[in-house]
Design a protein around this ligand. Sequence first.
Ligand SMILES: C[S@@+](CC[C@H](N)C(=O)[O-])C[C@H]1O[C@@H](n2cnc3c(N)ncnc32)[C@H](O)[C@@H]1O
Length: 255
Amino acid sequence: MKKSESRYKKDQLFSAPKESVDAFRFDETVTEVFHDMIQRSVPGYATILPFIGLIATEYAQDNTTLYDLGCSLGAATLSMRHQVTAKACNIVAVDNSEAMVSRCIENMSKDDTSFPVSVHCKDIQQTHINNASVVVVNLVLQFIAVNERATLLKKIYDGMNPGGVLILSEKLHFDDDHHQNDENSENQIQTHLHHAFKRAQGYSNLEISQKRSALENVLIPESLDVHLSRLKKAGFSQAFVWFQCFNFSSIIAIK
Ligand SMILES: C[S@@+](CC[C@H](N)C(=O)[O-])C[C@H]1O[C@@H](n2cnc3c(N)ncnc32)[C@H](O)[C@@H]1O
């Protein structure tokens, strides 16, 4: 991403007071600032990315396809492209935002690695998965309707080769013994710390609260238990957390 970094503007989309906040969409406006937005909004994002390439390198099998589902600007694709050493592999990157896809194609063409990548503007729920040794779903499942998540994961599982890996990163919701609005509940504490991270990245309280409103009913987080049991139910023999920073986590699931 380094070469094109300067092309991305600072995220100020929620800095001015809005009379009403529209539902969040991955449109042109968000695409322009996305590189800055995700780094300053997701604690641990900058750590997860290089590790996606590292994990993919361990699991990529010769003559297979690596999928980046919900690729946005192609950050995870580039991490795999720069690290994976398996022979005769290709990467399929998919996103249903036209703006993201066109910027992703541009980013791939500026990258001088020869590892074959194809970028598709498509719904990942309609994307055929086949001969996959690595599938990355980095901060994307949270945008899929809750009742459609199991079907998507089963489809991914069915399209993977034995021994392949799914890397699934998500924002988490925490259920504990406290009422979820109780300030001592884990959910409230983790949310408080996430907002502290955003303030430390330069976001104002207004930006944090307006973005939160925009994402309400668009990004639906679930608990770690729900994710892990859904992955097991889909058939994965192993599913466990390899990374967590506050209310963001990344899971490895192995077929
Ligand atoms: C938070 S971003 C993902 C970040 C990206 N994976 C990365 O590592 O930088 C979510 C992306 O998922 C895409 N998306 C959401 N729902 C989708 C769907 N049903 N099909 C394809 N892409 C989807 C959005 O357009 C957006 O680009």
